[in-house]
Design a protein around this ligand. Structure first.
Ligand code: NAD
Ligand code: DAU
Length: 337
């Protein structure tokens, strides 16, 4: 089988390719990636010479290149996206281009090549925000209510993917997942930002009151869920993927990281809040458990520690990233209000 992965040089995409090589060694993998600031071929250096792996440098908005590269693909898994909420607030335009237009280009190519499955990786952010201290969770029937330009662009792409199923019969599936963490996560997101700042002796910026809640999932659990959807999921279906059974506010996540790294609470710096900041995300993942037998395997405390160990032993990886463009972004994002 030939699997066409977009955005495979990013965080989740590169973890997914590692997962796929290990669990489906007879498959051919094509990784199609633009290598934006978030794409990094070093994430895949251990498999780059494998005979069943090919990298194609390309933009999902480039119709001709996508059409050519997708030839012969049985399955498409679309990870490629602009993925950081704060960057979408600074400048929404690349989010509209890649996340909406790029998804449209991929769908057209998938239709032409008659792929057996187009799987679209989406996010729980399309559902908006839940109140704190409530039993409410997002599920497959929750209405869309995106708040950030990032979330709105992902919601648009989800609608487009479903429209290609309804209108043209393209065999699609969608998964809306909660916050991932693990190796190769770009250090602009809370967990790797906190760990790498502390390793550099810098404080951890916490937005607003720090009482925002996310539903953290170890990235390999996400990869296994996608695998199950591809093997056993129904065409046209949407699956929600999440993990935590209790709410852990951001401030507690940061306190756990401080404690595991032997740092004191004076390394926390409360900074100005993100505009339109969603209060709480929580996923009801009973449907994927019931229909596909998936449930998270990795405990948050244990795998947070493993993630800290990974960043501690891979300082070359993130120190190269935290220069140049990253520094400019960081200064702009965290400038004093
Ligand atoms: P990331 O930012 O780490 O990686 C994105 C990858 O896409 C990079 O390799 C980048 O070069 C590539 N890319 C961007 N624009 C492209 C274009 N126009 N053409 C081709 N390649 C392009 O992102 P991530 O955190 O790995 O997220 C992957 C997907 O999962 C995204 O669709 C995101 O919305 C979704 N998602 C992420 C999370 C999370 O916690 N990170 C949670 C749920 C869903
Ligand atoms: O929920 C899934 C989403 O999770 C994905 O769709 C996105 O691609 C991914 O980036 C992530 O979005 P979040 O905005 O939730 O992740 P982030 O790591 O940016 O922020 C997590 C929480 O931490 C959020 O409440 C904002 C807060 N935060 C973030 C940063 C970067 C801080 O307090 N300080 C920070 O410096």
């Amino acid at each position: 089988m030939k699997i066409f992965v977009t955005g495979g040089a990013g965080f989740i995409g590169s973890n997914f390719i590692h997962y796929w090589v290990k669990n489906h060694p007879d498959d051919q993998i094509v990784n199609f990636d633009k290598l934006t600031y978030a794409g990094n071929l070093e994430n895949l250096s251990d498999i780059e010479k494998n005979s069943n792996y090919t990298f194609v440098h390309g933009d999902i908005c480039d119709g001709n290149k996508v059409m050519e590269a997708m030839k012969g693909a049985d399955i498409v898994v679309n990870f490629a996206a602009e993925s950081h909420v704060d960057r979408s607030i600074m400048d929404p335009s690349p989010f509209l281009k890649t996340n909406v237009e790029g998804t449209g280009v991929l769908l057209n190519a998938a239709l032409t090549h008659k792929v057996k499955r187009f799987h679209h990786i989406s996010t729980d952010e399309v559902f908006g925000a839940l109140p704190l201290n409530s039993p409410d969770k997002f599920n497959e029937s929750t209405c869309y209510d995106p708040h950030s330009p990032y979330a709105a662009s992902k919601a648009s792409s989800d609608h487009l993917v479903r429209a290609y199923h309804t209108t043209y019969g393209l065999p699609i599936s969608i998964s809306n997942c909660s916050n991932n963490y693990g190796p190769y996560m770009f250090p602009e997101k809370l967990i790797p930002l906190a760990i790498t700042n502390l390793l550099e002796g810098k404080k951890v910026p916490v937005y607003g009151d720090g009482l925002y809640v996310r539903d953290w999932l170890y990235v390999e659990d996400h990869c296994r869920a996608i695998d199950l959807i591809l093997q056993k999921g129904k065409a046209g279906e949407t699956y929600l993927i999440g993990s935590l059974t209790e709410d852990i506010p951001n401030i507690e996540i940061v306190e756990k990281i401080l404690s595991l790294m032997g740092k004191k609470e004076d390394m926390i710096e409360f900074v100005k809040d993100r505009p339109g900041h969603d209060r709480r995300y929580a996923i009801d993942w009973r449907m994927i458990k019931r229909e596909l037998g998936w449930e998270p395997q990795y405990s948050f405390d244990e795998y947070l520690k493993k993630t800290i160990d990974w960043y501690t032993t891979h300082q070359d990886w993130w120190k190269k990233i935290k220069t140049g463009e990253y520094q400019k972004y960081y200064e702009k994002q965290y400038e004093k209000s």
